[in-house]
Design a protein around this ligand. Structure first.
Ligand SMILES: Cc1cc2nc3c(=O)[nH]c(=O)nc-3n(C[C@H](O)[C@H](O)[C@H](O)COP(=O)(O)O)c2cc1C
Length: 160
């Protein structure tokens, strides 16, 4: 049995991308900064995200059954902060967004997005793993925002 603090300390040493996962319920958008995102399968196109069931976004995704993963670019650190609890109400005020196929918000300037409908939900401890079927996706050249040792980072790498 390991202590949660030991687990958290080891996880701090795992470098990740930073995403904002958006959803739309009854016309109201919601977003959450999230690093637990992985591509699962290309055919059929599936991704997975892990969301704390105490997060407000959890209710949006679980009930609307849609989510859109926006992979942040290195110059979108402010969005990473905004959607990790800094802005609790009217999160999308003054943001440049467009509607994905599902209606979920796509953040302009994101390096890539994956617009999904929920195919399955699996409880795992405090979190739910949502498997999403990708209905639309796009990407463009640029450099990602990273997260490592509790801090947003510019990993200094580019994708074409
Ligand atoms: C870099 C970073 C990565 C995060 N990754 C996750 C994650 O994978 N899953 C999760 O549930 N919360 C994650 N969080 C925490 C949520 O962003 C945070 O709890 C948020 O305030 C929840 O908002 P809500 O309750 O309004 O939905 C992460 C936060 C940061 C800063």
């Amino acid at each position: 049995m390991i202590e949660p603090s030991a687990f958290r300390a080891a996880m701090r040493h795992v470098p990740t991308a930073v995403t904002v996962v958006t959803s739309l319920r009854d016309g109201e958008p919601r977003g959450i900064t999230l690093s637990a995102f992985v591509g699962v399968s290309a055919d059929p196109p599936l991704v997975a995200i892990c969301v704390n069931r105490e997060a407000r976004s959890y209710l949006y995704i679980a009930s609307s059954r849609i989510f859109c993963v926006n992979v942040l670019s290195h110059d979108q650190r402010e969005l990473g902060e905004r959607f990790s609890g800094k802005v609790r109400e009217r999160q999308f005020d003054a943001l440049d967004v467009e509607a994905a196929v599902t209606g979920g918000p796509v953040l302009r300037g994101a390096l890539a997005y994956f617009d999904c409908e929920v195919e399955g939900e699996h409880h795992a401890g405090s979190h739910s793993i949502f498997v999403g079927r990708v209905l639309a996706c796009a990407s463009h050249a640029g450099s990602p925002l990273g997260y490592f040792d509790g801090t947003f980072r510019d990993f200094g790498i580019d994708a074409e």
